[in-house]
Design a protein around this ligand. Structure first.
Ligand code: PYC
Length: 314
C-alpha cells in the first residue's frame, strides 16, 4: 500500500567503464532561477537527497549521482549537477557519458553534438551512432609543477596539481603497483597522500581543495598509461576518470609531451578504457574524452519519512 507521505523519484543507473552514475530523471525538487541558482538551491535545501541516493542503506559509497536540470537556454540539451557520498563535483567525465547514454536510452537525445551546462562551465557531448560518447570538457590546465609533499611513513612524494573540471594531484613517483589486487593499499596510500596535502596546506588555485588523487603507472601493450584515481569520500574510480584524464593531458601538453589530435588511451585500475585527445584553442587545452556507458537499471526510489534511515545512516 502506498502511504500518502512517501515521495518517489525516478532514477536511471548506468556505468561507464565500471563506474556507476545514478541520474534523477523525474520527481526531483522543483527549483527556480538560473542554472547556478538551482544548483545552490539543491545544495543548500535538498542535500539530503544526495545522501539518500549515494550512501547506505539505499546505495553504496561508490555511487556517483546526478541531478538532471532543464536546459536554461535553447542551445543547451540539459544541465547537470553531479554529486557523491560526501559532496558535489565540478564536472564528471564518466558521469557525462552516462548522462548522454541515459538520455539516449530514454529517447530524449539523438546521435549528434549536444551542449550541457555544468557548475564549471558548458561542455559538449557527441553521441556517436553506435553508443560511444565523446565529451569535450572545460579548458584544463596545470596549476603547479612538481610539487613535493612529505608523507609521514613514505617520505617525499612529487606531483603536479592540475585542473580538469575537478582538482587533481597527479603523481608518478608513488612506488605503488597499479593492479586491482593491490586496491586496499592503493586506497590507503592515496588517502594518506590526500591527508598530507591537506596538512601541508597544498591546494589548487585560490585555495581550492585538491579532492582527487591520480596515480599513474605503466599500462598494457597498446595503451599510453594506467591510472588509479581516488575520489573524494575515499572511493576509487572504476573508470579511467574523465576529469583526471583531462588534467593529465593538460600536464602532458605543458611538458611538450603531447600534441593536438594525438590519441591518449588510458586504462583504469580495473582495465576499462577512456580515450583522450586535446585541441589547443586560444592557448587553452581543451580535452575530449571518448568512452561508452550502459544503462543498468530504471528504478523508483521511495523516500518514506517514517524510515529512520531514509536519508542515510547518520
Ligand atoms: O570521470 O571525471 C570523472 C570522474 C570524477 C569522479 C569520478 N569520475
Amino acid at each position: 500500500m502506498t502511504k500518502s507521505t512517501e515521495s518517489r523519484l525516478r532514477v536511471i543507473d548506468s556505468h561507464t567503464g565500471g563506474e556507476p552514475t545514478r541520474l534523477i530523471v523525474a520527481g526531483g525538487p522543483v527549483l527556480a532561477g538560473s542554472f547556478h541558482e538551482q544548483v545552490t538551491a539543491f545544495k543548500t535545501q535538498h542535500d539530503r537527497l544526495r545522501v539518500a541516493l549515494c550512501t547506505e542503506p539505499r546505495a553504496s559509497d561508490i555511487c556517483v549521482g546526478g541531478l538532471l536540470l532543464p536546459p536554461t537556454e535553447a542551445t543547451l540539451a540539459a544541465g547537470i549537477l553531479f554529486f557523491n557520498n560526501v559532496g558535489y563535483l565540478g564536472m564528471c567525465g564518466h558521469g557525462t557519458i552516462g548522462l548522454v547514454t541515459t538520455l539516449a536510452w530514454l529517447g530524449r537525445l539523438s546521435p549528434g553534438v549536444h551542449r550541457i551546462e555544468t557548475p564549471v562551465g558548458i561542455v559538449t557531448a557527441e553521441l556517436h551512432p553506435h553508443g560511444p560518447v565523446s565529451v569535450t570538457n572545460v579548458a584544463s590546465y596545470r596549476y603547479a609543477y612538481r610539487v613535493q609533499v612529505h608523507m609521514p611513513g613514505h617520505g617525499l612524494v612529487t606531483g603536479d596539481i592540475a585542473w580538469g573540471g575537478n582538482w587533481f594531484f597527479i603523481c608518478e613517483d608513488h612506488h605503488q603497483m597499479l593492479h586491482i589486487d593491490h586496491i586496499d593499499r592503493l586506497v590507503g596510500f592515496s588517502t594518506d597522500l590526500h591527508q598530507a596535502l591537506i596538512a601541508s596546506g597544498i591546494t589548487g588555485a585560490h585555495g581550492a581543495a585538491i579532492d582527487h588523487i591520480e596515480l599513474l603507472g605503466p599500462a598494457d601493450v597498446g595503451f599510453d598509461a594506467k591510472n588509479f584515481v581516488l575520489c573524494p569520500g575515499k572511493v576509487y574510480d572504476r573508470s579511467a576518470c574523465g576529469t583526471g584524464t583531462s588534467a593529465r593531458l593538460a600536464c602532458l601538453v605543458a611538458d611538450g609531451r603531447w600534441v593536438e589530435g594525438q590519441r591518449y588511451r588510458v586504462q583504469s585500475i580495473i582495465g576499462s578504457v577512456l580515450e583522450g585527445t586535446v585541441e589547443l584553442i586560444n592557448g587553452e587545452v581543451i580535452p575530449t574524452l571518448t568512452g561508452q556507458a550502459w544503462v543498468t537499471a530504471d528504478s523508483t526510489v521511495i523516500l518514506d519519512p517514517d524510515d529512520p534511515y531514509c536519508f542515510g545512516l547518520k
